[in-house]
Write a protein that binds this ligand. Structure first.
Ligand code: ADP
Ligand code: MG
Length: 295
């Protein structure tokens, strides 16, 4: 065709299921030599499921009560963990109280008023005070040792229980990691806000050894800046609100379209519209070919 190479590269990327927002993106994609992948919703399917419901003895809650309380607080959230709690509550036909005053903190969790109580749902490491409650701390550690994400529920500041959530790797996660390692000469790095044990377990299954866990959104940015300062050109792939700053800081940021949050989709340079991770090494290879044609 008579199309300029970078424009036909955009068209080709589109055919592979990746929407690049400009021709410059294709050019930059051809330059990347390091890749950082988010875990939840990127390396994994983004539809985790609730495996454990552990109300704290003395909380006055049973399993359904704990799930209903957590799901009510999470109802407005678009986070994959929030959606898994709400789905589990609906599957059990639980009625959820209306939540008010909802706020969410990326990488941490949510807060809302439910039935007159302030309810917080989120990361045990970030919400605390699990340290002051050995029983809850023990439940959290046991779940994380099994590779689960432990979700802590606080009512008026006190722990009332923990939920266990399990996530599945995407079917093409391993082949994608291998392909990206071959393209860039080094295996991708995993950046996650989740706990270290769950993250390492998952990473090992796909051949990733460099795992940065327990990260806040700004920590993901710091990691990207660190590599860029060493002269690397980093491709970041993510889906969450928590990934948006790192997507912006990267040489190229790509968002997973299906599970992706609006903020991630807006911030990214390109969006995976076909829900397959394998599209990413395909377009990296493509953009390199286009570069050679331009040069
Ligand atoms: P990742 O980087 O793997 O995509 P996030 O940064 O989105 O993970 O979340 C990091 C951690 O913060 C989660 O593992 C969870 O403990 C907690 N978290 C964040 N948002 C929520 C939420 N809406 N409900 C429960 N926990 C949450
Ligand atoms: Mg994510």
């Amino acid at each position: 065709s008579t199309m300029p190479p970078l424009l036909s590269a955009i068209a080709n990327a589109g055919r592979h299921g990746v929407l690049a927002k400009s021709a410059v993106v294709m050019e930059r994609l051809g330059q990347v030599d390091a890749v950082a992948l988010d875990k939840t919703g990127t390396l994994t399917t983004g539809t985790p499921h609730v495996t454990d419901i552990r109300p704290r003895p003395g909380s006055g809650l049973d399993e359904e009560g704990l799930l209903a309380l957590a799901a009510a607080a999470e109802h407005p959230s678009e986070h994959p963990l929030a959606r898994s709690l709400v789905r589990a509550a609906h599957e059990r036909h639980l009625t959820l109280d209306e939540a008010s005053g909802f706020t969410s903190e990326p990488g941490r969790g949510v807060t809302a008023v439910v039935g007159g109580h302030t309810v917080q749902v989120g990361s045990p490491a970030r919400l605390g005070p699990v340290g002051g409650d050995p029983e809850t701390g023990g439940v959290v550690r046991a779940l994380e040792d099994e590779g689960r994400t432990a979700v802590l529920v606080l009512r008026d500041g006190a722990p009332v229980g923990v939920l266990g959530v399990a996530d599945r790797l995407r079917s093409d996660a391993k082949s994608t990691v291998t392909a990206l390692a071959e393209l860039t000469g080094r295996p991708p790095v995993l950046l996650t806000g989740d706990n270290e044990r769950a993250a390492r377990r998952l990473a090992a299954e796909v051949g990733i050894t460099d795992v940065r866990a327990g990260l806040l959104p700004q920590d993901k940015v710091a990691a990207v800046r660190e590599w860029e300062a060493q002269g690397r050109r980093v491709l970041v792939v993510g889906d969450g609100v928590n990934d948006a700053p790192a997507l912006a800081a990267a040489h190229v940021g790509i968002a997973m379209g299906k599970a992706g949050s609006d903020l991630a989709l807006e911030t990214a340079d390109a969006v995976v519209v076909r829900d397959e991770l394998a599209t990413i090494p395909a377009v990296v290879a493509l953009s390199r070919k286009a570069r050679r044609l331009v040069a």
